[in-house]
Write a protein that binds this ligand. Structure first.
Ligand code: 5RP
Length: 232
């Protein structure tokens, strides 16, 4: 199967874990969008669920397709979150945030009993870091915050260019929560657990795209089917 078909196959398999009456976290990105479209077909067929979207973009699509939505304030505890990833390793540490939704994605995933990652085979890596790690930062003092992030990253064995994300007009990209994202091209992250912990201690860092011990398992579309990856 080619990449897009792999995403769709993983999204379709994720539906096997969705049960009537569930409260679902719904992720962001092209793979999550495949899931929303398939979920909408089930809802049209009578499945009763309520979804909490991880971004405005997902909320727009789900609303258009008549998937019932709630907020995390109205529905603070979720049964299951289904979301994509930019990279995943054998321990099921993830890099997320390529779509800029990492903060809401992490809040929603950690409000859920389980998180299932859906991805195509290109997302599976031996060592995280080929995909630039997104860090969400409060705009106030962002340059100073990111200087501290550089120091912390170096101490954790990571170096590389760190750039503020721009939009397609060359303006700073703002997240749904009004923050900046810095993309850290480290190449390799030898110790994602320490890096996530240390970055989260910096004042001004809201969250990082490192998801550690959050995913329950991953459904990965491959050339021949869908693999289940459980953390080793
Ligand atoms: C958005 C994300 C996405 O899950 C991640 O970027 C994967 O996207 P795609 O399914 O389009 O490859 O973290 O913030």
């Amino acid at each position: 199967m080619a990449g897009d078909n792999q995403k769709q196959a993983a999204a379709r398999r994720a539906l096997d874990y969705v049960e009537d009456g569930m409260k679902l976290g719904i992720g962001t990105g092209s793979t999550a969008e495949e899931f929303v479209k398939l979920l909408a077909e089930r809802v049209a067929g009578g499945l009763k669920i309520v979804g909490v979207p991880t971004s405005e973009r997902t909320a727009v699509l789900a609303t258009k397709l008549n998937v019932p939505l709630s907020t995390l304030d109205e529905t603070p505890h979720l049964d299951l979150t289904i979301d994509g990833a930019d990279e995943l390793d054998a321990k099921l540490c993830l890099i997320k945030g390529g779509g800029g939704a990492l903060l809401r994605e992490k809040i929603v995933a950690t409000a859920s009993d389980r998180m299932i990652v859906i991805a195509d085979a290109s997302k599976v890596v031996t060592t995280l870091g080929a995909f630039a790690l997104p860090i969400e930062v409060i705009p106030f003092g962002a340059v100073s915050t990111i200087r501290r992030a550089v120091d912390v990253a170096k101490a954790c064995g990571c170096t590389g260019e760190i750039k503020r994300r721009g939009d397609s007009y060359g303006e700073p990209f703002f997240t749904d929560s009004g923050n900046y994202i810095f993309d850290c091209a480290f190449g390799k992250i030898p110790d994602p657990v320490s890096l996530a912990r240390e970055l989260n201690l910096i004042a001004g860092v809201v969250e990082t795209g490192l998801f550690i011990n959050i995913a329950t398992f991953a459904l990965v579309g491959t050339a021949s089917g869908v693999d289940i990856i459980k953390p080793v």
